[in-house]
Write a protein that binds this ligand. Structure first.
Ligand SMILES: C[S@@+](CC[C@H](N)C(=O)[O-])C[C@H]1O[C@@H](n2cnc3c(N)ncnc32)[C@H](O)[C@@H]1O
Length: 378
C-alpha cells in the first residue's frame, strides 16, 4: 500500500507539472513525499449537485481512498461548520473548510516566489496539507500557520504530528497575522480576503511578499502577489489565474433577508449582464459595488447591496436589457460605469489589473497605478 501511495504521488506530481502549476523541483519533491491521505482523515464531502454527501474511508476501502487522496481535487472537509466526521448525513450548505487541490497549493507557493530558508506565515491551516508541503521545503522552524476554527486546528495538528512535522500552529484569526513570529518573508493565504489586513503588511520585512486571492460578496476572485517596498507600500499585479478560495471568515457576507426583486426605476442597460460570466468582467463589477451580492435568477442578474438593501436587476428586453434599480445606491450605474471603462480599455484579462496597498488606502487599478482605479472597502 505504501508503494502504491508513493506511485500515486508521482503520478499526481507528473499531472500537475504537465498542467503548468508545478515547475519548481523543490515543490515537486514535497508533493512526492507528503501523504495527503493522512490530512483527509477518514471522511470528506462530495457534492451531488444539490447537497454534500459523505465519503467514508472505512466504506470505500483503502485503494479507493488513496485514489481519492491523490486526485487533483479539492476535498471539502467541513460544511457550515460541521466536520465530515460528525455529519449525520448529506448536508446542504456552504463549504467552510477543505483540502485544496494540490495543483493550487503548489501554484500559490510558486506565485509567492518562496525560496529555501524563507520564513512563511500561512493563513488557513485547514487540514494541514499545504502546511506540510511548506515544512518539507523550508523546515518546520520556518513555518507558522494560523487556523480560525479550533476543531480544525486540532485535527491539523494531529495530522502534522502523524507525518513528523511540528511547525508553529496558531488557533485564531489569521487576518491579525501572528506578531510573535514576525518578521516574515512571505504571507500566503489559503482563504480569500476583501482587502489586505494591515497586520500582514506590518509583519513582513521590506521586500517581503503577500500572496492571496482578493474576493468579495459577488464571489469574483483574483490571485495576486504584493511586494512591500521600504516605504511601507505593497504593490503587485494579478496573475490572471481563474482560481478562488473561500472567504476568510471575518470577511464573509453577513446574512440578509430572503431576496425578493423589487420594482424600481427602469431604464435600458448599456452593458450586457452576460459580462458577469467573464472572469475579469465579474471582477470589475465586484470592484465597482463592493458591498453588493450577485445572484442569478432565471435570465436575470440581481445585485443586492448588503449594507443598504439597494437592488438592481436586469431582464431581457428585445435585443437588449432593462435594468430596475431601487434603494439609496444605484448599483447598476456603478457597475455599468466600471464595465464601460474596462471595455474602453479593450476588455483586458485580469492580469492587466494591479493593486496598491498603503496604510490608508487600498486600490485596484487597470493598466498602471495612474490608470482607472477602484478603492477597496476596508
Ligand atoms: C481552503 S481551506 C485551507 C486549505 C488548507 N491550506 C489545506 O491544505 O488543507 C481555508 C481555511 O481557512 C480557514 N480560515 C478562514 N478564515 C480564517 C482566518 N481569518 N484565519 C485563519 N484561518 C481562516 C478556514 O477555516 C479553512 O480551514
Amino acid at each position: 500500500m505504501t508503494a502504491e501511495a508513493a506511485e500515486l504521488r508521482r503520478i499526481l506530481a507528473d499531472r500537475i507539472s504537465e498542467n503548468g502549476s508545478l515547475t519548481d523541483p523543490a515543490w515537486r519533491a514535497a508533493v512526492e513525499v507528503v501523504r495527503r491521505e493522512v490530512f483527509l482523515g477518514g471522511d470528506v464531502y462530495r457534492t451531488n449537485g444539490s447537497a454534500w454527501e459523505l465519503v467514508h474511508r472505512a466504506e470505500v476501502g483503502e485503494e479507493a481512498w488513496l485514489r481519492l487522496a491523490y486526485s487533483d481535487t479539492t476535498w471539502v472537509t467541513q460544511v457550515d461548520g460541521v466536520d465530515a466526521a460528525d455529519a449525520p448525513g448529506p448536508l446542504a450548505g456552504r463549504p467552510t473548510s477543505s483540502s485544496t487541490l494540490p495543483s493550487l497549493v503548489v501554484r500559490m507557493l510558486e506565485v509567492a516566489g518562496i525560496r529555501d530558508g524563507d520564513k512563511v506565515l500561512e493563513v488557513g491551516t485547514g487540514t494541514g496539507y499545504s502546511t506540510a508541503i511548506l515544512c518539507h521545503r523550508l523546515g518546520e522552524e520556518n513555518v507558522t500557520s494560523v487556523e480560525y476554527d479550533a476543531g480544525l486546528a486540532k485535527s491539523a495538528a494531529e495530522h502534522l504530528r502523524a507525518v513528523g512535522c511540528s511547525p508553529t500552529l496558531v488557533t485564531g484569526d489569521g487576518l491579525q497575522g501572528y506578531r510573535e513570529r514576525a518578521e516574515y518573508d512571505a504571507v500566503v493565504a489559503t482563504c480569500a480576503v476583501r482587502h489586505i489586513p494591515h497586520s500582514w503588511l506590518w509583519q513582513i520585512r521590506d521586500g517581503g511578499t503577500i500572496t492571496t486571492t482578493l474576493s468579495g460578496w459577488m464571489t469574483a476572485s483574483g490571485l495576486i502577489r504584493l511586494t512591500l517596498d521600504d516605504e511601507g507600500v505593497a504593490t503587485g499585479r494579478f496573475t490572471g489565474d481563474t482560481i478562488s478560495y473561500m472567504l476568510a471568515r471575518p470577511h464573509e457576507r453577513p446574512p440578509r433577508p430572503t431576496l425578493v426583486p423589487r420594482a424600481g426605476e427602469a431604464r435600458a442597460s448599456r452593458v450586457d449582464p452576460g459580462l458577469f460570466d467573464d472572469w475579469a468582467g465579474h471582477f470589475v463589477a465586484q470592484l465597482a459595488a463592493p458591498s453588493a451580492e450577485f445572484v442569478t435568477m432565471a435570465d436575470s442578474v440581481v445585485l443586492v447591496d448588503v449594507a443598504t438593501g439597494s437592488q438592481a436587476w436586469t431582464e431581457p428586453a428585445g435585443a437588449g436589457w432593462t435594468v430596475h434599480q431601487s434603494g439609496p445606491l444605484r448599483l447598476w450605474d456603478q457597475v455599468e460605469a466600471a464595465l464601460l471603462t474596462w471595455q474602453a480599455a479593450g476588455s483586458p484579462d485580469q492580469n492587466a489589473f494591479g493593486m496598491t496597498v498603503t496604510d490608508e488606502t487600498q486600490t485596484v487599478w487597470l493598466g498602471n497605478p495612474d490608470g482607472p482605479s477602484w478603492r477597496l472597502p476596508m
